[in-house]
Design a protein around this ligand. Structure first.
Ligand SMILES: N[C@@H](CCC(=O)N[C@@H](CS)C(=O)NCC(=O)O)C(=O)O
Length: 290
């Protein structure tokens, strides 16, 4: 394996299992299940199979926001999928998400279960199901979806590009770190300019666009991702700071960050969530999750 710039690609790529870097053990060039494993099913209409990463947090924040807004049909069981241990390659999980990535949702409220995968699709599904966090007027709805899809297209450069090469790759390489830092700072500037003219991303109201973007870009300015806050000079993005603080102060956002979380202070981790009272054992007000 080469980690420097002298790599000459072979004619046909073959799978080098020793490719190195964090998460190398779960990366595979083939899809599908590796083992038989049924998923557990709880008592609520919505079954969530996830982990407390930024993509997972989008959905738990949304569900907690829906419940806080009085949508009792949004009661859910959140089951932990440990991606480092390959749970996403179990047959039951692959049936719900053939892409083997968290988050995945099964809506069992109707006559036949509906599977929903891709966090953007899950947010849109829930927003439409409950008529919440998505403006009804065409202009507001479209602007909200603009930013929702912006997040889906942009975050892979932040996570898979910048985060991977800055924090996880087996060695620090200037070329990819420069390339993705440039792009992530451009993305932060895009957001900062939008938030200079608008309270929230979709307009005056808090929507699924904010719920999608906050765990990634709010997390970045809060220093939750890759230990890169100083490197990216995040404090220079004043409008993102204002917006990230406003969302971070919402009780539902605090609760959503706890669900399926497996790192940080133990009092901030709720590995599975099956009832609103599950949070009672945790000291929510003291939540300063790093
Ligand atoms: N575009 C997907 C991305 C999901 C994703 O990348 N999930 C990661 C964790 S944040 C995962 O499950 N990785 C496991 C793997 O790649 O095997 C979404 O937004 O739902």
């Amino acid at each position: 394996m080469s980690t420097t710039e002298d790599y000459t690609p072979p004619k046909v790529w073959t799978w080098d299992k020793e490719s190195g870097g964090r998460f190398a053990n779960i990366n595979r060039p083939i899809a599908g299940a590796t083992h038989e494993k049924e998923l557990p099913v709880g008592k609520h209409p919505l079954q969530l199979y996830s982990l407390g990463t930024p993509n997972g947090v989008k959905v738990t924040v949304m569900l907690e926001e829906l419940l806080a807004a009085g949508h009792t049909g949004a009661e859910y069981d959140a089951w932990l999928i440990r991606i480092g241990e390959g749970n996403q390659f179990g047959s039951g999980f692959v049936d719900v998400n053939p892409n083997s990535k968290i988050p995945a949702l099964l809506d069992r409220s109707g006559p036949k279960p509906i599977r929903v995968f891709e966090s953007g699709s899950i947010l849109l599904y829930l927003a439409e199901k409950f008529g919440a966090f998505l403006p009804k007027d065409v202009a507001g709805r479209t602007e909200t979806l603009n930013w929702l899809f912006w997040q889906m297209g942009s975050a892979p450069y932040l996570g898979g590009g910048f985060g991977h090469f800055y924090a996880y790759a087996p060695s620090k390489m200037e070329y990819p770190i420069n390339r993705f830092t440039m792009e992530v700072k451009r993305q932060l500037d895009v957001l900062d300019r939008r938030l200079a003219e608008s309270e929230y991303l979709g307009g005056a109201d808090y929507t699924i666009a904010d719920i999608a973007v906050w765990p990634w870009y709010g997390g970045l300015v809060n220093g939750w991702l890759y230990g890169a806050a100083e490197f990216l000079d995040v404090e220079s993005y004043k409008n993102i700071r204002r917006w990230a603080d406003a969302i971070g102060a919402r009780p539902a956002a605090k609760r959503g960050r706890m669900v399926n979380r497996v790192q940080g202070d133990l009092s901030s981790q709720l590995h599975e969530r099956h009832d609103a009272s599950d949070f009672d054992t945790k000291t929510q007000d003291k939540l300063t999750i790093a």
